[in-house]
Ligand binder design. Structure first.
Ligand code: ADP
Length: 662
């Protein structure tokens, strides 16, 4: 599982970029807020300056009207002087009022009562250019004309900036004189500009080049100066009104807006830092989670136990690789499957469905697990052990069942093997007992057989005497008794070979013609054949080579096979024929083997019986021991031969075994 989207280094670059962006955005905001603040102060100052100019202009207009009123008054010297004095008292900005004739000669004059006469010290020239200029303008415009300001030194070493205004006196359309008023520029600022404008700001008149002529206003403070300039455009003269504000330049937090922006910025940065921390914590947790998941997955993948989770409807929600491998279905084929699951054997669906319904009804499965049978994708059935436990989610609710599935087919196979080997062991033990019994019997029977043999020999001797009286009868009895002696010896040999066989001694092998072997067993075979009504056929070419074998044991094999063959032919068989044959082994053209066959036309061997034929103690007969074929095979295999059987045509069975040529 891949959690991290960006590589570590790139993520840091992104973070750095974000921080730089936020910081630059914040500083831009603060700077803009500062700029806004400055522009606000500046525009307010501009507004104030314009207002001041307006005030001055209004006052000047009003003053011009007052001067006009003075002209229209009576021109007798007393009255003019009184009126002038009254006006001067009202208007502190006027220093002096003059009445001049058309040639600008001063007729009358009156000085302000508030200060010493200004022109006393240096006098007032009649052709003062500023007055001439002002009156020229006044004459041309038939209205107030203003002259350029002049510096008038005073006796105390200081001086005053004075501006004259000239108003023509017009009588019946003719200029009959001029009224000239001298304005003190500073007093103009003091009296004409509203006090609230000058309380915290300095207002001054300057010339176009910036030379300050007069000033008035609040004390200086702060370092940054805001300056606003406004033109005072008067007929005949233009001045500049300059307004200086010492309002401090907006600092880092100039006002509420900036403070607000800054606070928000700080909050933003804080949130950013918190987010970064949270993200780092989340990443750590995600990494831990991914590690835990990877660990868990590795654990689940390495398990040999199949895991299967089902929801409360019985749908499969999860399977681990071991489970998929077990049932042979891919994970995506299983997840989402409901009932019946694809690995349920079709013949078990009903039973499993009931079990499932019982489980879904809320009944807990047994702790010790349930044994069941599953089906692989290829249809093979196999035994499993299922341990189920409730699946509880994070909030403690049961969402389904988690099952651990163990494939116990191998275990079952091993159990079966061990059971079979146990059975074999038991059979071997019984065989050993039989061997011991046979050994005991052979020992016990040897004595009566020896006795029979010696009695037979004695009887023959006695018969030789009797022969003299009845030679015919004696000969017959002698033959019979010789036969008894032969069979007794034969029985002794059989017992000895069994004894040797059981003791595992080296068998006494000899070279013997196959015909001789058949001849030896023939009397006993014919004896039984007669009893069962069987015809015996012998097929043995005369030129067959001799075989090297334990004669007695091979004869026992032939006898056993012949007896089995005859017993296999039931009473209702029409032509009961038992064929004993010998021929060179078909598969050994070059090697030297002879094949002995015993063929019957009986009921044949059923398929189930065929598998167990050579198993010790297996028999289908009521009186059978089930040891005959097992012993036959052992004997043949001890000679290096091979005992087999196949169906005869048209019916019955052919048993055959091979023996090495001498
Ligand atoms: P027993 O003869 O004591 O039953 P055997 O080992 O000789 O023991 O034979 C085992 C079984 O093999 C017999 O019970 C019989 O069912 C079967 N069998 C042996 N030979 C033949 C045959 N020629 N035809 C049919 N069945 C045979």
């Amino acid at each position: 599982m891949q959690i991290s989207v960006f590589p570590h280094g790139r993520r840091w670059v992104l973070w750095a970029l974000l921080v730089v962006l936020v910081l630059s955005m914040l500083s831009t905001l603060v700077w803009l807020a500062g700029r806004y603040e400055v522009s606000q102060v500046q525009s307010r100052l501009e507004r104030d300056a314009a207002e001041a100019v307006n005030d001055i202009r209004t006052a000047l207009t009003r003053n011009a009207q007052s001067l006009q009123a003075l002209q229209y008054a009576d021109h007798s010297s007393v009255s003019w002087a009184q009126d002038a004095q009254a006006l001067l008292r009202e208007h502190r900005e006027w220093l002096r009022l003059e009445l001049r004739d058309p040639n600008l000669q001063v007729i009358k004059s009156s000085d302000t009562p508030f200060s010493a006469p200004v022109f006393n010290h240096f006098g007032r020239a009649i052709d003062q250019p500023e007055v001439v200029q002002a009156c020229g303008v006044a004459r041309r415009q038939s209205g107030p004309g203003y002259g350029a300001s002049t510096y008038v030194p005073q006796h105390d070493g200081l001086g005053l900036e004075i501006m004259d205004v000239c108003l023509p006196v017009i009588t019946e359309g003719q200029i009959t004189g001029y009224t000239v008023a001298s304005y003190a520029l500073r007093e103009m600022l003091v009296n004409m500009v509203a006090t609230q404008l000058t309380r915290s700001q300095e207002v001054s008149f300057t010339e176009a080049d910036g030379t300050r002529l007069a000033m008035h206003g609040g004390a200086r403070r702060g370092s940054h100066v805001f300056i606003a300039k406004q033109l005072l455009d008067l007929p005949g003269h233009t001045m500049v009104l300059r307004m200086d504000s010492w309002r401090g330049a907006p600092n880092v937090f100039p006002n509420v807006l900036t403070a607000l922006v800054t606070a928000m910025a700080i909050a933003l940065v804080t949130v950013l830092i918190m987010l970064a921390r949270d993200m780092r914590r989340r990443q750590r947790v995600e990494l831990d989670l991914a590690n835990a998941l990877a660990f868990r997955k590795a654990m689940e993948d390495s398990l040999v136990t199949g895991l299967r989770a089902r929801d409360s409807q019985g749908r499969i929600t999860y399977v681990n690789p071991a489970f998929c491998e077990m049932v042979g279905f891919a994970s995506k084929e299983l997840v989402g499957c409901g009932i019946p699951a694809p690995y349920w054997p079709p013949e078990m669906v009903d039973e499993y469905g009931q079990r499932q319904a019982w489980r879904l009804a809320g009944n807990a499965p047994p702790r010790e697990g349930v044994e069941s049978v599953f089906m692989r994708k290829n249809g093979e059935r196999f035994a499993v052990m299922i341990f189920e436990a409730p699946l509880i989610n994070a909030v403690g609710e049961q969402t389904g069942w988690m099952g651990a599935v163990l494939d116990i087919s191998e275990q079952r196979r091993v159990e079966e093997l061990s059971r079979a080997s146990q059975e074999r062991l038991q059979a071997t033990a019984r065989l050993a007992t039989v061997g011991e019994m046979a050994s005991l019997l052979s020992h016990e029977l040897n004595q009566p057989l020896a006795a029979i043999s010696s009695y037979a020999s004695g009887s023959i001797n006695l018969l030789q005497e009797a022969a003299r009286k009845d030679p015919q009868l004696a000969e017959t009895l002698s033959l019979a008794i010789q036969r008894i002696a032969q069979q007794a010896q034969r029985a002794g040999k059989v017992i000895k070979s069994v004894h040797d066989f059981v003791r595992r001694r080296d068998q006494a092998r000899e070279t013997v013609k196959p015909r001789a072997l058949l001849d030896d067993v023939m009397p006993l075979v014919i004896l039984q054949a007669r009893k069962l009504g069987v015809r015996v056929v012998v097929q043995c070419p005369a030129d067959l080579p001799a075989v090297f074998c334990d004669r007695t044991m091979v004869e026992q094999v032939l006898l056993n096979l012949a007896r089995n063959g005859m017993q296999a032919m039931a009473d209702d068989t029409l032509h009961k024929v038992l064929t004993l044959g010998v021929r060179p082994a078909a598969s050994s053209a070059t090697s030297r083997w002879l094949e002995f066959t015993v063929a019957d036309v009986g009921q044949g061997i059923a398929e189930g019986v065929s598998e167990k034929l050579f198993t010790p103690f297996f028999t289908t007969k009521a009186e059978g021991m089930g040891l005959g074929l097992s012993l036959c095979r052992t004997v043949v295999e001890q000679h290096g031969g091979f005992l087999s059987h196949k169906p005869n045509t048209p019916c019955g069975t052919v048993f055959s075994f091979t023996l090495p040529q001498s």
